[in-house]
Write a protein that binds this ligand. Structure first.
Ligand code: COA
Length: 282
């Protein structure tokens, strides 16, 4: 097959508030080439403030989620261009992972198959992760003579206890979906034929929440991990005050009103009805 055009390395569709974004190089097990990295950033740009999108799901076409970095196009061919080429392709990859990490919309990794090495970057960047029991996760770098770079070591130590992360990095053995869930790499593992339904169910639950609050909450979870307790307390006060400004639907007041005055719901049992709070567009 001729090389895929850059714009064909990522596919997406938007349905009922969910953007389903796919690594789209199944013939190369969706490994990440510079072309794919550039295209993914374009797609993320396009969807980030699209009002038709509430949740973004990242998955892979074919049998793979992503087989990590493209050893030929990302490593060998850019190394032939010397340091400027290497730094440029690193920037292209890290930029979209970082963009995803702090994305405006809630993001879910839907890991349908192979997930290796560099794939841990976008896996970790997604707020939630669900996988198929049939998926395989591996820090395969040790098997071909490099350390788990591109943030993969940091991902493993962020998500797993030290002993598990160390074993994972040194042995280069794969984890099944269920083992990945037990190790903390993903939230849950389900049989492949139930994966999309389960992710859609979770996405639909998220879509009922106040989207501005989701953004503030996911950022808060990620930010406070690296703060002292005092700094975290202070950050959370400031973040809520910023949210009061950014949430044009005034969800906080609406939530209190529906509970305290209308008595139409109980926050302990579910979310307020945001359809009664206006669109939030000024
Ligand atoms: N980089 C470059 N090419 C890759 C690739 C990668 N990370 N992963 C797969 N491919 C290519 C293969 O070279 C092959 O290309 P070809 O058809 O031109 O020969 C094609 O994708 C299909 O791969 P293949 O190995 O035949 O598929 P498989 O289903 O038998 O095995 C994997 C799938 C994922 C187990 C295997 O491809 C693999 O080990 N890939 C490397 C994984 C890795 O170490 N990634 C870490 C990078 S940081």
């Amino acid at each position: 097959m001729a090389d895929r055009k850059e714009e064909d390395t990522v596919a997406y569709e938007i349905k009922n508030g969910i953007a389903l974004v796919k690594f789209n190089r199944p013939e190369k097990r969706n490994c990440m080439s510079p072309k794919l990295n550039r295209q993914m950033l374009r797609v993320l740009d396009e969807l980030e403030f699209n009002d038709d999108v509430g949740v973004l799901v990242l998955t892979g076409e074919g049998s793979s989620w992503s087989a990590g970095m493209d050893l030929k196009e990302y490593f060998r061919e850019t190394e032939e261009k010397g340091l400027p080429g290497i730094r440029q392709s690193q920037r292209e990859a890290y930029t979209w992972w970082k963009r995803l990490r702090w994305y405006q919309k809630t993001t879910i990794a839907m890991v349908n198959g192979w997930c290796f090495g560099g794939g841990y970057g976008p896996l970790h960047a997604c707020d939630l992760a669900f996988c198929a029991d049939e998926a395989q996760f591996g820090l395969s770098e040790i098997n071909w003579g490099i350390l788990p770079g591109g943030g993969a070591t940091k991902v493993a130590t962020n998500l797993m206890p030290l002993r598990k992360a160390m074993y994972h990095a040194l042995l280069g053995e794969n984890l099944s979906g269920q083992e990945a869930a037990e190790a903390g790499l993903v939230n849950e593992s389900v049989p492949l034929d139930q994966l999309e339904a389960r992710v859609t169910e979770v996405a639909n639950k998220l879509l009922k929440k106040n989207l501005a609050t989701l953004k503030a909450s996911k950022d808060a979870v990620k930010r406070v991990m690296e703060m002292t307790f005092d700094n975290a307390e202070d950050y959370l006060i400031r973040a809520q005050e910023a949210l009061n400004f950014h949430d044009k639907t005034h969800g906080r007041q609406e939530g209190m009103k529906q509970f305290l005055d209308d008595k139409s719901y109980k926050p302990g049992l579910g979310e307020y009805d945001k359809s009664k709070a206006g669109t939030g567009r000024d």
